[in-house]
Design a protein around this ligand. Structure first.
Ligand code: ZN
Length: 302
């Protein structure tokens, strides 16, 4: 329905009721966007391709196989959560880009600790910070890794940028998804122990997240090579480290006192993400196999 004159939301609802409009119109227009039923959004996630690993071409071959499957998989776009190449091997970026061409979808990368920011900016994207919108979702990508450390770092400048982006999302009534290579979530032994330590921005990031928790869907990370590993103690916000497209290790976390979850699948693969009303569905697809390992997570009820 189009109206020539601006109409307040309440007046519009009233007139919609008067016009005998159905429940759908009421639901769509009476509630703030953040509380609306979400239309389904689906996309693909890859991470830790490590091209040039051990100076062999196995990683490149695996990447080409993965790219061919990503081309066939349904999804509006692809997120690559870092460690595109291994050990900053610059010639590998061109090989990565050759594989990326096969996908036929937009791929948004972030650097990992193996991707010096200077090389990432030269070969993949000049501005590392990236915000993009897809339907009702605003995706925020930053580089929280450093080549000299396995830990994550979120600087005051990055926090300011994220804060401004969150404010834009609030204004536009969008949901938020954060992508950064290193998990923010504390993960002591038996886990990796690699995260954004309190002295390196963890406290400040979580303070920002707290303010936007109701509109945040998840924090997406790579870095761990532990298959699909996640934590939901900040539910409904989910914190997830995605499976590497090159290799994953089974740290037997399910049998140990480690919080969160770890799917029993460790082959190289990618993940199909579907977000629909109240559900975040992750389907971890090992490359070259038919059956994904899936995990369903609850989102804030709407
Ligand atoms: Zn890494």
């Amino acid at each position: 329905m189009k109206t020539a004159a601006p109409l307040s939301r309440r007046r519009f609802v009233t007139s919609a009721v008067a016009a005998g409009a159905g429940a759908l119109a009421l639901r769509t227009f009476a509630l703030p966007a953040a509380d609306r039923a979400l239309s389904e959004v689906s996309f693909l996630v890859i991470t830790d391709t490590h091209l040039g690993y051990q100076d062999k071409d196995a990683a490149e071959k695996q990447w080409l196989k993965t790219a061919a499957e990503l081309a066939r998989a349904p999804g509006a776009f692809v997120l690559h959560l870092g460690d595109v190449v291994d050990g900053g091997r610059e010639p590998q970026y061109a090989r990565y880009l050759e594989g990326r061409k096969l996908i036929g979808k937009t791929v948004h990368e972030i650097p990992g600790n193996h991707d010096p920011q200077e090389l990432f900016e030269r070969h993949l994207r000049k501005d590392v910070n990236l915000a993009f919108e897809h339907e009702w979702l605003r995706v925020l990508l930053i580089n929280n890794s450093r080549t000299e450390s396995h830990d994550g770092f979120i600087t005051p400048e990055q926090l300011a940028w994220l804060g401004a982006q969150c404010a834009l999302a609030a204004k536009a009534e969008q949901r938020l998804l954060f992508a950064m290579h290193v998990p923010v979530h504390t993960n002591a032994a038996p886990d990796r122990g690699w995260y954004v330590k309190p002295a390196h921005g963890q406290r400040e990031f979580y303070a920002l997240l707290e303010k936007h928790a109701t509109r945040t869907i998840a924090l997406f990370h790579g870095h761990f090579h532990n298959g699909l590993r996640g934590w939901d103690d900040r539910a409904p916000v989910h914190e997830i480290s995605f499976p590497s497209a090159l290799y994953n290790l089974d740290r037997k976390l399910a049998a140990k006192p480690a919080p969160g979850y770890n799917l029993p699948e460790f082959r190289p693969g990618f993940t199909r993400v579907r977000i629909r009303d109240g559900v975040l569905e992750l389907a971890y697809q090992p490359v070259g196999t038919a059956e994904p390992a899936t995990k369903q997570l609850s989102l804030k009820p709407v």
